[in-house]
Design a protein around this ligand. Structure first.
Ligand code: PLP
Length: 439
């Protein structure tokens, strides 16, 4: 994640307008507020999977999962405005809209995930999940993946492995090297499974020997920051089984993988055949309205609720509920997940063709509408972050927004709104082919 963020020196870029905004931004938000691109873009409007800059230039959005059902979707905008005109308040009064939304959201989960605590962000959802796990287990140990990000709070900063934080990595945390079986034979993959699960055992033992025990496994089921790893079959089930045997809870962070992103499933964990103890969510949930949540069982929430007066002023207020409900409605009405199944095949086929013709494309990663091309130097076999970076900048200059991820920053991150159409996908593939082959 850190690889896509940069501090820009105002005098070095862009039009007078861009420079002026950068200077004002530096004077108000400070120099380190991250921005995309060598020449940042000033976006002013959007519709569907398209956005427009202040000069009227349109860009195809191949990156953003916040505008999940499409930029400025009228159904979501109207729902928010209507509720704002009616009542905007905190959650200590009865309000049927909030309950309607909670019921609809919970209907997308299997047993025993039948309660939701709303939050305002993915960070808050994960922080709450940590508190619940720590109190439930009486242990402190946290297992995370080795290039991860779960949010901005102090507790989460201390278990972050994927970007720079000033807090030291916590004594009570262990980072698991997430295996990647891309390009491996079945035998190699089976060997990798054995080694990787042994590493899980070692991490658990190390937490236990240090007296922390195991409270929780917190992971993104797509392992997106790691680079959308291809896991050896059985890894996630083996991991979950070990964490539970050690007394820990399992949290699936669905901030990136949720709400049908992986096309075949509503939730990323469902691709692994597991049911976590808690599911956390954010980004796409309110289509731009700040909305997050922690979904869990009645038993866990009962236990936490009886010990803690948990009240969150804005979380699950009627306006947020209107946004969340409208997102689910549009997903249903426009059959976005069903469409994503077909579109993801078109994306995958286009990417595989690029892999076939260009030796620097070493793998096609990911699933659903979150896929990426991996670049490797064909001569040395080294990760080729330089080509990935050049392609991202070339795409921006050609009117398509994407980014890059991975431990080495050499995997393109292509994660468009689910509202993307087949014509848009063709535009994306054509421009990607131009950007890759021109380099
Ligand atoms: C996987 C994951 N979890 C949690 C978060 C934090 O969410 P938020 O920025 O809404 O607090 C992010 C944000 O990038 C994320 O990608």
């Amino acid at each position: 994640m850190s690889i896509t963020n940069r501090s820009v020196t105002p005098a070095s870029v862009g039009s007078p307008r861009t420079r002026e905004l950068l200077e004002r931004r530096a004077r108000t938000l400070g120099r380190h507020s991250p921005l995309f691109y060598d020449e940042p873009i000033e976006l002013v409007a959007g519709s569907g999977a398209w956005v427009e800059d202040s000069a009227g230039r349109r860009y195809l959005d191949g990156y953003n999962n916040v505008p999940h059902v499409g930029h400025a979707h009228p159904v979501v905008a109207d729902a928010v405005v209507t509720q704002m005109h009616r009542l905007a308040l905190h959650t200590r009064y009865l309000n049927e809209h909030v309950l309607d939304y909670a019921e609809q959201l919970l209907a997308t989960f299997e047993e025993p995930l039948d309660r939701v605590a709303f939050t305002n962000s993915g960070s808050e959802a994960n922080e709450l999940a940590l508190r619940i796990a720590w109190q439930h287990t009486g242990s402190r140990g946290v297992l995370v993946s080795d290039c991860s990000y779960h949010g901005t709070t102090y507790s989460l900063a201390r278990v972050t492995t994927g970007l720079v934080t000033g807090e030291s990595f916590a004594d009570h945390a262990r980072a698991l090297r997430i295996p990647d079986a891309t390009g491996m034979s079945a035998e190699q993959s089976a060997e990798l499974l054995v080694t990787s699960l042994r590493e899980v055992d070692e991490a658990i033992t190390s937490l236990q020997e240090a007296g922390h025990g195991v409270a929780v496994l917190l992971v993104d089921p797509l392992f997106s920051s790691e680079g959308l790893n291809t896991l050896p079959p059985g890894y996630v089930t083996g991991l979950v089984q070990r964490v539970r045997a050690a007394g820990g809870l399992v949290v699936s962070d669905e901030v990136q993988s949720g709400f049908g992103r992986t096309a075949e499933s509503m939730w990323g964990y469902q691709n692994h055949g597991i049911v976590p103890d808690m599911v956390t969510m954010g980004k796409p949930m309110g289509n731009g309205h700040p909305l997050g949540g922690t979904v869990l069982s009645d038993a866990l929430l009962e236990e936490f609720g009886s010990r803690n007066m948990y009240f969150n002023t804005f979380a699950g207020n009627p306006v947020s509920a209107a946004a969340g409900r409208a997102v689910l409605q549009v997903m249903r009405d426009e059959k976005l997940v069903e469409r994503a199944v077909d579109l993801s095949e078109v994306v995958g086929a286009g990417f595989r063709e690029l892999q076939r013709v260009d030796p620097r494309v070493s793998a096609v990663r990911g699933r659903g509408l979150y896929q990426g091309l991996e670049f490797t130097d064909p001569g040395t076999g080294a990760p080729d972050a330089d080509t990935a970076r050049t392609v991202v900048e070339a795409m921006r200059n050609d009117g398509v927004l994407i980014s890059r991820i991975g431990r080495n920053g050499n995997v393109l991150k292509i994660r468009p709104p689910l509202a993307i159409t087949e014509d848009d996908v063709q535009v994306l593939l054509e421009k990607l082919t131009t950007a890759v082959t021109a380099r």
